[in-house]
Write a protein that binds this ligand. Structure first.
Ligand code: ADP
Length: 484
């Protein structure tokens, strides 16, 4: 409404003022229009490259072409028309002005088309579209400079510039399209763009119906309107860029706050776990100690069944104590260090094997020297230790062996720990990596269910992957991959 009212006011004012444009005025307007259009084009293309949005690519190319045509006019005008003889200043200005408006209107309409039909440009790359547009606009500019140009206006007729109907139609279609799309009510960029296109339509009205010659006030007004359209587009693009920047900043701020909150929560959880495990372990120690005392001191007065019950109480107390210890260790692993050093798997394995009971050490086999990997040596030792100890633990007899191998591929180095033990039923193969989950009963095998969860968390912190493969002949293969 405001745009319409001010345009009508401007038309009325201009019709009362006896104003004639001059070559200097035209040249100054063309130079300013070229600068504004180029600035808007740069902003639109920057937005396109950051968001890969086809609509802003077309808007940018439209503005670039229009800016180039204004620049060509300004340069030719500055270099002097008189020396060029055949080239008439007014006609040349009329043609470059028309070409810039037609070019811009076509690309703005194209920008609306691609928002409605996203596949309209198919797989054509932005580079190809840009190169074609620049080649065409360069040819147009050369053609305008070199070819003899007829007068564009037809004085005396109601429609003084019939050719202007072309940009007028495309501007009107673009305006209708964007308004119909409805996004302008929410999106500031589309709102300012629509206002710009509406202004351009008023400029066309001034040129087609009101201006009688390329030097009259209506023609000058149309040029000023065209300059304002570029100004509006610059404002629209700057405002979206500022908003995007503010959004990124607030996102960063939110992320920083989230990280602090997370660190506080983790610290709180760890403190809670420390005190809980300390407070719970003390009574457990008493339960264990007193049960043991009764069993030892009163063994002659107790039945066999009572001794067995007491031993069950002791077993449960020590199991719970282990469980608390594992839980605490697992919680401490909240933010594993991100050290990336060259780790020799051979040395790592030697360390792990040395920690095993002597009778188990020969049950760990390596077929070929292992590869080196990049990661946190201390944490990777925990992983290998857990996997090897499990391979030796979950077996029917003590003769089973664990084989460690490593392979390299494009996704990194994969380490495999292969055993011929009891295996894991496929329904448990994913869940066993969750904290506290076991696929065997506590009475058959001791454990707390935190070993594999710890491994999974460590491998995750290395951006790797850990998984289980069951062997049809029995046994399991645990594999983990660490990116190279
Ligand atoms: P824990 O050994 O303390 O129970 P883990 O997290 O290391 O805890 O293992 C979780 C479960 O996965 C075990 O309880 C067991 O059921 C199963 N499991 C792990 N490794 C093996 C293996 N090599 N063979 C068979 N079962 C396994």
């Amino acid at each position: 409404m405001l745009v319409a009212a001010s345009s009508v006011f401007a038309f009325a004012a201009v019709s009362l003022v006896p104003w004639q444009t001059t070559l200097l005025f035209d040249t100054a307007i063309a130079a300013a229009a070229s600068t504004a259009a180029m600035a808007a084009a740069a902003l639109a293309l920057a937005r396109h490259f950051s968001a890969d949005d086809r609509a802003t690519l077309l808007i940018g190319l439209g503005l670039l072409g229009a800016g180039l045509l204004h620049a060509v006019y300004a340069l030719v005008a500055v270099s002097g028309f008189d020396s060029r003889g055949s080239l008439d200043a007014v006609t040349f200005m009329d043609w470059t002005g028309f070409a810039s408006r037609f070019w811009l209107s076509l690309f703005l309409y194209g920008s609306w088309l691609v928002t409605r039909h996203t596949e309209a440009l198919g797989r054509v790359s932005s580079g190809t579209i840009g190169a074609c547009a620049i080649a065409v606009i360069t040819l147009v500019a050369i053609g305008l400079v070199l070819m003899p140009l007829p007068r564009i206006d037809t004085p005396g007729f109601l429609v003084t510039r019939p050719l202007e109907m072309l940009p007028a139609t495309f501007f009107a279609l673009t305006l209708f399209g964007y308004l119909h799309k409805g996004e302008w009510q929410r999106d500031r960029f589309e709102r300012l763009l629509s206002v710009g296109v509406l202004l351009a339509c008023f400029g066309e009205v001034s040129l087609i119906f009101l201006s009688r010659s390329p030097t009259d006030a209506f023609f000058g007004l149309a040029q000023l309107i065209q300059l304002s359209v570029y100004g509006l587009l610059v404002a629209a693009l700057v405002s979206t860029a500022t908003r995007a920047f503010a959004e990124v900043q607030s996102l960063d701020e939110k992320r920083r706050r989230d990280a602090i909150e997370l660190a506080n929560a983790r610290e709180g959880l760890e403190a809670f776990m420390r005190s809980a495990s300390h407070d719970l372990k003390a009574p457990l120690r008493h339960i264990f100690a007193f049960s043991k005392l009764i069993r030892d001191e009163a063994a002659d007065r107790l039945t066999e069944r009572e001794v067995a019950d007491l031993e069950r109480v002791m077993g449960a107390a020590s199991h719970m104590s282990n469980l608390l210890e594992s839980l605490l260790r697992f919680t401490r692993l909240g933010a594993p260090s991100r050290i990336r050093e060259e780790v020799s798997l051979n040395e790592l394995l030697e360390t792990v094997v040395a920690l095993l009971p002597v009778e188990d050490q020969s049950r760990v086999v390596v077929d070929a020297p292992l590869l080196d990997i990049r990661g946190d040596q201390a944490l990777l030792t925990i992983v290998l230790q857990n996997l090897i100890e499990n391979g030796l633990k979950y077996v029917d007899d003590d003769r089973s062996i664990v084989t460690v191998t490593s392979t390299s591929s494009s996704s990194g180095t994969t380490v495999s720990v292969d055993d011929n033990g009891i295996g894991v039923a496929s329904k448990h193969s994913k869940r066993i990596f969750d904290p506290g989950v076991r696929a065997v009963s506590d009475s058959d095998f001791e454990g707390t269910g935190f070993g594999l969860a710890t491994c999974a968390r460590i491998i995750q912190a290395h951006d790797g992957r850990i998984w289980l493969e069951s062997k049809p002949e029995g046994g399991s293969i645990f594999r983990f991959t660490i990116p190279g």
